[in-house]
Design a protein around this ligand. Structure first.
Ligand SMILES: [Ca+2]
Ligand SMILES: [Ca+2]
Length: 168
């Protein structure tokens, strides 16, 4: 009887350790990289720290990536390596071809518009982003990161740069 109890406990411990392994494997899933264009059709992407408006960010569709697979409600934007809160969620979104993936130097960009592939266009509140982290970067070009999930739960990540302007 006692042996049976010990065996049961050992099986339970084994299953618990397997569950821990499964959780840690899930947590280290590498996000799918996506092309992001802040202020589509414009480069560099200026954001004034006293702006009261909104700004658009496109996640670019490509021949191999359908933006309809993204779950927009899961998306958040934040300054790379700055972790004040969990990032800013979009106010709203729509689907329109307004951007072209940029494939040049890491911190560059272009002012191209649509390319024939549908994009996910997200609208963010500028004061909310500024308040979350941007004020400390006036005069600098900083990377903004967007993270979120597809409807399948797979994580995605992309980034683009903004030029942070002082009040005029
Ligand atoms: Ca842009
Ligand atoms: Ca496009």
């Amino acid at each position: 009887m006692k042996t049976k109890l010990i065996t049961t406990i050992m099986i339970a411990l084994f299953l618990a350790s397997m569950a821990t392994v499964a959780v840690s494997v899930r947590a280290t899933v590498v996000p799918i990289p996506v092309y992001v264009d802040i202020k589509p059709g414009s480069w560099p992407n200026p954001i004034c720290v006293t702006s009261k408006g909104v700004f658009a960010v496109a996640i670019c569709g490509t021949e191999d990536f359908d933006v309809m697979t993204i779950d927009p409600a899961t998306l958040r934007i934040y300054v790379e390596r700055v972790t004040d809160g969990d990032g800013v969620p979009p106010l709203r979104w729509s689907y329109k071809d307004v951007a072209t993936p940029y494939t040049g130097d890491a911190d560059g960009g272009h002012a191209l518009g649509g390319d024939g592939y549908l994009d996910l266009v997200l609208i963010f509140d500028t004061p909310t982003l500024v308040a979350s982290s941007l004020t400390r970067f006036v005069g600098e070009t900083v990377p903004l990161v967007i993270t979120g999930h597809l409807h399948t739960d797979a994580p995605i990540m992309g980034k683009d740069y903004v030029c942070v302007l002082a009040p005029k």
